[in-house]
Every structure is written in structure tokens, then in C-alpha cells.
Design a binder for this molecule. Structure first.
Ligand code: ADP
Ligand code: MG
Length: 690
């Protein structure tokens, strides 16, 4: 028999990794990735700069490794001696969570051990945590319990360019804390106190009580506080000037060229244009992932559904596209999915809010689609109205977004507006503190012992009117006395709850009126973006589903009905409504724990609608002859949003808790009230209207 010669090709694989367990291979790969980051080559120098300066500003391109690497460099250089922690603040919760997970993995430790995170409603840290990622708002809250942040040796304020209101207030607070800590140490060394070998001052038993600083620090060991301010944009001079000419260093990143394209004509519907562009790239361009910037959860979910429907219409071989989403209210167990590579031969399409602009860097992106809009807070201090509106991005944001396409190789950015529009954009975004309601911030500052709000050393001062309006609101809610002092217990309790003052008050009233359970549910549900998902193409089905829960009293009780029945019949409802039950139940659950703190007077004859009225009395509106409503406090003429169960109501008097400005001025989340109660329940406010 003739010997047969085998034909065809065999696939070969080198056996370098064959004998290693997969976790070892993964660790080696992570180490390799860490070493290849541009920041790795300047580790020594950065650490020396932090050692030399009390405040250091680090400017570096996104993706260069600032957030994940710098805390590790500092840890490795001994900044966590004597049980001290490095705190890293992020404006966004998603960034705090995903980065902490990544860094824990890079360090080869379980999350919550050496590396952990802490965000509202979720604390994944332990006594052994030394690198702690958290939101800037959370650190402010910690300062209520530990005014000198004594457990931290270094605080890294990340993404400072975002200039969120919490970042701005935090910078002011940190400046103060740093001065106090230095002064404390100076006073103590001159007074002959003992110094431990690491420079920590050991507290003397009977310290001089006349020094207020000392009084507050009693029983703690204080060391100097190092501050590192990190920013992705070049406006370091603002921070440098604020910190008395602090040193700024620049870390260069690797950036490949990005071709920017504009539409020839203005687009009327950027969601449709984004979908068209996604499929155009998919059919015409080389492999590479696509990042699409949208403004919020609703848009993201609606675009995702439409992509899937379009894919069904394509021939099998063109359906090689996978979508992933990332937005702030995405449950944290789902957030890491965005980093997983698409299956071989597939193109990943990432639908993101501006979280992906600088906070979170996702590998593999070659194409960026930028509709040129962002959801932003806007506040009218005269009317006292805060609203979320979709506004054009700034030039700085447009540049950041396009840069995301050029991290690993040359890329392309498709801006869904004509070039002439780009020229009209503002250079940079106005700091949030200049365009938001300040009640929350003022309450926090008051609780931190800052009495003179007008005189507080803000990096950029909010307007006098805005401060005045918020002080008035806090007086009306009972958080401040007429002399602008924090009231006890109400103001103090409100400051401790991680909620908008109006929601904190809701819980206090809920407890008072024996409807705390309902209040907890309502507040929890109002704290997540949207409970009812209404895709445009299935509007009727979604509205019918919602009707099952509708309460004739309004949207707040509808939400309560929804969650209560949802908990029993989750499966059928979830399918119809796509509701994020888990995250809401989780926040209701956490809120429940605080509820025990309230031991207030019992008043049994109030209903939850009455409590809601008390809560939102600032947002009462009266019907006008033409069917529109007039908001009492602001005088604004508004319409009921079509998503409200009361869209067709003829009630004379309602309260609402959200004002939305799109093409029309809408109010959302509404409850019918008896106008009589306005003067009865909130006489201090409505009496003076006449
Ligand atoms: P910067 O803060 O300078 O913008 P980062 O430290 O956030 O940079 O990111 C550094 C690198 O780590 C980036 O290449 C990013 O893609 C990668 N990275 C960060 N988090 C993750 C993650 N969870 N999974 C995979 N890669 C990640
Ligand atoms: Mg970063």
C-alpha cells in the first residue's frame, strides 16, 4: 500500500504559556500593560515631586495611566505608613468602581482589601484598605465625621478639570484642612511634642483646650496632608493659582492622529444620525471598535434596541456587531462588561454617556461618533429652578471625545454637526457651581462648621443670588434657622443623609407622618434616572403596562405601586418595562437603615400625599384657564410631561418634583393635592405669597 502523504495546513501554537496557570498569564499580561503606559517611565520623578511639594498638579492626557498608576506609585513609595490611606476622588461613581476593580486586579488583591472603593449606597473597603477610590461627594461627607480627614496621608483629586460642584467645594475644604494640619504640626513641634519616626505627631493627653484645632484633633495622630490634583486639560494655572502658585507637571501621553469629519448639513435627530453612522462605519470601515457619546440612560437604551432591530434585518454575515453600554446608573456588576473585548470577528459598539470622555478609558476604540451634545445641570437663581437640559458640548469636550479614537493607532471621529457649528462652541464648559442649585453644598458646608458661606474661599465663587436663593430654600425646609444656623436635629439629620435636601426632608416627614415606607420607596425611585422605559417604537405597549400601576393621585404613588407589585411579579413586569429593580431596591434598602435614626413625633392623621405636599411645597402649581399650569414659586408657565400618569388631569392644584426644559417647559413626577393644604401645611411660605 502506498504511503499516504497528509495534505492541508495544521495550526501551531507556541507553548510559552502552556505550563502556567491562567491567573499567572493574566498577571504577566497586566504587568506588561502597566509597564507600557507612558506614565511608567516617569514614576520616580512623580514620586519625588509629591515628596517635595505639599500640593502637586498633574496634567496628563487621558489614558496615560494617571488614575490607575499614581496611587500605586505612592503606595509603593511608603505613603501609607502607620495605617494611613491614599484617597482618590472621582466625580463619577462608575469611574470609582471600575478603576478600583482594575487596580485591585493589577495589585493581585481582592477588591475591598488593599484596594477598595466607596460610593453612595456602596462601601467596599475594610480596615486594610490603603488605596481608596471614592466619589468627591463621599469624601465631603466623610469630612462631617472626621473634619481633618485624619486617616488620609494623601488625597488625590482626580478629573479636576470636570469642575463638578463637589470637586470645587472639596478643593476649598482640602485647602483649609491642609493648612490646619500643617499649623497643628508646627505648633506641636515648637511646643516640644514628641514626634514619631515617620513625622507623625503623637497627641499629648491634656492638650491646651484653648487652641480650637487641637480640641478637634484630640485623640488622633495627625501628619501633614499631601494633595495631588489631576486634570486632563491644560488649564492647570487655575488650580496652581488657587493653591498659591503650586507646582504643575505634565505627563505626555501617546496620541495618534485622528481624522475629524463633520456632517455636510445640520442634523435634526442626532439619535437617528448616530445609528446611521454606526452602520455606515460597520459596512465601509476597517475593523475597530466604535464609541458613541449619548446623553443618558434612556437614549442609550433606545439606540441599543434600534441597533439590534437593524441587525436582524441584515444578512447573517453582517451581524457581527456587539453592543455594550455604560452610564452612571448601570448596576456595578454590569459596568465591567464594557472593557471585555468583542468576540473574534465582531465589532464592539460602546454606547456611553460622557463618562467615557475622560473618566473611563476603554481599550480598542478606533472610531468615535460625537453628536455634540451633553446633558447638563442648569439653574436659574432668580426663579430657583434647576433643570437638566441637553446642551452643546464645549470645544474642549469635542477635542477630548475625538482623542479617544487615537489611543492605540490612527482613528476617525465623526461629529454629527457641520464644521461651522464647531466654531460657535464655547471654548470650555462653565464650572457646575455656576449653574446648579447650591442647597446641598451649603447644607454640607454649614454642617462642616463653615458659617460664612459668602466668604468661603471657593476656587470660583457662585453668584450671590444663587447663594441667597439656596439659603432661603434651606430656611423654608427647616434646615437652617432664620439666623442661618444649622437647626438641630432637622438640619443636622438632613446634612447626614446623602440625598438632596428635599429628599432628606421627605424621609424625616415620612417618619413623622407614619408613611416612612412609602417615602423610602418614592425617594429611592426618584434617585435613579427613570423607572419607566418607553421606547419610541413600543410606546403603546409601555404605556399600557404602566397603566396597571397608575394611581389617580399621581406619579409618586404610581412609583410606589410599581415597586410594591414589581417586587412580587418582577419577571413579567421587568420584561414589559425593562426596569432596573435591583439598584432601586438596593438604595431603598440602604435608606431603610438610616430610617432607624429618626425618632420623631407621631402624627397619624396625615397621608403620604400630604407628606409629599410638605416636601414639594416649593413646587406647587395651579391650573390656568387654558389648561397649562403656573408654578407658584417661580411664576413659570409649565405643562405636564406626557410620561406622567396625570397627563390629562384637570386637577386644580398639583405638586411636582422635576422641571425639564426641552422644546417645551415640562414638569414631571406629579401628585394631585388639595389647594387648601398649601396654606395649611406650608403657611410660612404660602401666606407670604398673598
Ligand atoms: P488616565 O487616568 O490617565 O486617563 P487610566 O489610569 O484610567 O488613565 O488608564 C490607564 C490604562 O488602563 C488605559 O489604557 C485603560 O484602557 C486601562 N484600563 C483602565 N481600567 C481598565 C479596565 N477596567 N480594564 C481594562 N483596561 C483598563
Ligand atoms: Mg483618569
Amino acid at each position: 500500500m502506498a504511503e499516504s502523504v497528509p495534505n492541508g495546513n495544521l495550526s501551531f501554537k507556541n507553548n510559552r504559556n502552556n505550563n502556567k496557570p491562567s491567573f499567572v498569564v493574566r498577571r504577566e499580561k497586566l504587568l506588561e500593560q502597566r509597564k507600557s503606559l507612558s506614565i511608567a517611565s516617569v514614576e520616580r520623578r512623580l514620586v519625588e515631586e509629591v515628596q517635595k511639594h505639599d500640593v502637586l498638579i498633574i496634567v496628563g492626557e487621558t489614558g496615560s495611566g494617571k488614575t490607575t498608576q499614581i496611587p500605586q506609585f505612592l503606595f509603593d513609595s511608603g505613603f501609607c505608613g502607620h495605617g494611613k490611606t491614599i484617597g482618590v476622588t472621582q466625580p463619577r461613581r462608575v469611574a470609582a468602581v471600575t478603576v478600583a476593580k482594575r487596580v485591585a486586579e493589577e495589585c493581585g488583591v481582592g477588591l475591598g482589601q488593599k484596594v477598595g472603593y466607596s460610593i453612595r449606597f456602596e462601601d467596599v473597603t475594610s480596615s486594610s484598605t490603603r488605596i481608596k477610590y471614592m466619589t468627591d461627594g463621599l469624601l465631603l461627607r466623610e469630612a462631617l465625621l472626621d473634619p481633618y480627614l485624619s486617616r488620609y496621608s494623601v488625597i488625590v483629586v482626580d478629573e479636576a478639570h470636570e469642575r463638578t460642584v463637589h470637586t470645587d467645594v472639596l478643593l476649598g475644604l482640602l485647602k483649609k484642612v491642609q493648612n490646619v494640619r500643617s499649623k497643628y504640626i508646627k505648633d506641636h513641634t515648637s511646643a516640644g511634642h514628641k514626634r514619631a519616626s515617620n513625622g507623625t505627631i503623637l497627641e499629648k493627653e491634656n492638650a491646651d483646650p484653648s487652641i480650637s484645632v487641637l480640641k478637634q484633633c484630640q485623640g488622633r495622630k495627625l501628619s501633614p496632608l499631601k494633595l495631588v490634583i489631576m486634570s486632563a486639560s491644560l488649564d492647570a494655572h487655575i488650580f496652581s493659582e488657587y493653591f498659591g502658585g503650586a507646582k504643575a507637571v505634565r505627563v505626555l501621553g501617546r496620541q495618534f492622529p485622528v481624522d475629524v469629519f463633520y456632517t455636510v448639513d445640520p442634523q435634526t435627530d442626532y439619535l437617528d444620525s448616530a445609528i446611521v453612522t454606526i452602520f455606515q462605519i460597520h459596512s465601509e470601515e476597517a475593523p475597530g471598535d466604535i464609541l458613541v457619546f449619548l446623553t443618558g440612560q434612556e437614549e442609550i437604551e433606545s439606540v441599543e434596541k434600534q441597533i439590534h432591530e437593524n441587525l436582524q434585518r441584515l444578512p447573517e454575515e453582517k451581524r457581527n456587531m456587539k453592543t455594550v453600554t455604560i452610564f452612571s446608573s448601570l448596576p456595578s456588576e454590569q459596568q465591567m462588561r464594557v472593557f471585555a473585548p468583542a468576540p473574534a470577528g465582531f465589532r464592539k459598539v460602546i454606547l456611553a454617556t460622557n463618562i467615557a470622555e475622560t473618566s473611563v478609558t476603554i481599550p480598542g476604540i478606533k472610531y468615535v461618533i460625537d453628536p455634540g451634545v451633553v446633558k447638563a445641570r442648569s439653574y436659574d437663581p432668580v426663579k430657583g429652578m434647576e433643570s437638566l437640559i441637553i446642551v452643546p458640548t464645549s470645544k474642549a469636550q469635542a477635542i477630548q471625545r475625538s482623542g479617544r479614537a487615537g489611543r492605540e493607532g490612527p482613528g476617525k471621529c465623526f461629529r454629527l454637526y457641520p464644521e461651522s457649528e464647531y466654531e460657535k462652541l464655547e471654548d470650555s464648559t462653565k464650572p457646575e457651581i455656576k449653574r446648579c442649585n447650591l442647597s446641598n453644598v451649603i447644607l454640607q458646608l454649614k454642617a462642616l462648621g463653615v458659617d460664612d458661606i459668602f466668604g468661603f474661599d471657593f476656587i470660583e465663587k457662585p453668584s450671590r443670588e444663587a447663594i441667597k436663593k439656596s439659603l432661603e430654600e434651606l430656611i423654608l425646609l427647616g434646615a437652617l434657622s432664620d439666623e442661618l444656623k444649622l437647626s438641630d436635629p432637622v438640619g443636622r439629620q438632613m446634612a447626614r443623609l446623602p440625598l438632596d435636601p428635599v429628599y432628606s426632608k421627605a424621609l424625616i416627614l415620612g417618619s413623622q407622618f407614619k408613611c416612612l415606607d412609602e417615602m423610602l420607596i418614592a425617594v429611592a425611585m426618584l434617585s435613579v434616572e427613570s423607572m419607566f422605559y418607553e421606547p419610541r417604537e413600543k410606546l403603546d405597549l409601555a404605556r399600557t403596562a404602566k397603566k396597571c400601576f397608575a394611581s389617580s393621585e399621581g406619579d409618586h404613588l404610581t412609583l410606589i405601586n410599581f415597586l410594591e407589585s414589581g417586587a412580587r411579579k418582577t419577571s413579567s413586569i421587568a420584561v414589559l418595562c425593562d426596569m432596573p429593580v435591583t439598584s432601586t431596591v438596593k438604595s431603598a434598602d440602604t435608606l431603610n437603615k438610616w430610617a432607624f435614626a429618626f425618632r420623631l413625633a407621631e402624627m397619624t392623621h396625615f397621608s403620604s400625599a400630604d407628606a409629599l405636599l410638605l416636601l414639594f411645597f416649593l413646587n406647587a402649581a395651579l391650573k390656568q384657564p387654558d389648561g397649562t399650569y403656573r408654578a407658584l414659586a417661580s411664576g413659570e408657565v409649565v405643562q405636564i410631561h406626557p410620561t406622567s400618569v396625570l397627563f390629562r388631569t384637570k386637577a386644580d392644584c398639583i405638586v411636582f418634583n422635576e422641571f425639564v426644559k426641552t422644546t417645551n417647559k415640562y414638569i414631571r413626577n406629579i401628585t394631585i393635592i388639595d389647594g387648601f393644604w398649601l396654606t395649611e401645611l406650608a403657611p410660612h411660605y404660602y401666606a407670604k405669597q398673598d
